[in-house]
Design a protein around this ligand. Structure first.
Ligand code: AMP
Length: 175
């Protein structure tokens, strides 16, 4: 099994943020520098030799892994943010969530055509968020080198929405 200690630290919070949702709380991983390091290192090992130009981190928990990864790989970080948070000119994609609807913004000049981009988030659920992130990158001419997540909820089949893009998730829960 990949990252067994990190997996064991992830905490289930039932009925958050809505009844019926079991929220996978990764804050115990962040609180332990050894576990946090294992998580970031896992992304580093998988993508370190992939010739990435940028990591695109998804607000908010994606930022927590994207920032240390970008520094370790010596590449730039592009924040993908919820509606109305970015100050400069943006491109926008709408998507459906496991619990609601949302919009993701990216600065229109964040990516140059042909740049290889890793989209990163803490968790893959239905895939709507990550698919919107990939569309933003691709609309600006970026190439999706991969979509990476610490955790995948396998029973929601989020990979389907990501199509042929390479998906990496070291920790998978099947219920
Ligand atoms: P989705 O678009 O359905 O793949 O949802 C993924 C996004 O919502 C990620 O940014 C996750 O942080 C968050 N998310 C969705 N479901 C959960 C869950 N059960 N536990 C923790 N985060 C979740």
């Amino acid at each position: 099994m990949t990252l067994p200690e990190v997996r064991a630290a992830i905490r289930d919070v039932p009925d958050f943020p809505k009844p019926g949702i079991v929220f996978k709380d990764i804050t115990p991983v962040l609180a332990d520098p050894g576990l946090f390091d294992q998580a970031v290192d896992c992304f580093c090992r998988r993508f370190g030799a992939d010739g990435l130009d940028l990591v695109a981190g998804i607000e908010a928990r994606g930022f927590l892994f994207a920032a240390p990864l970008a520094l370790r790989l010596g590449i730039g970080l592009v924040p993908l943010r919820k509606a109305g948070k970015l100050p400069h000119r943006v491109v926008t994609e709408c998507y459906a969530l496991e619990y609601g609807e949302a919009t993701l913004d990216m600065h229109a000049d964040a990516i140059r055509p042909g740049q290889r981009v890793l989209v990163l988030d803490d968790l893959l659920a239905t895939g709507g968020t990550a698919a919107a992130a990939c569309r933003l990158v691709e609309r600006q001419g970026g190439v999706i080198a991969g979509a990476a997540f610490l955790v995948e909820l396998g029973f929601l089949d989020g990979r389907r929405l990501l199509g042929n893009r390479p998906v990496f998730a070291p920790i998978r829960f099947d219920r």
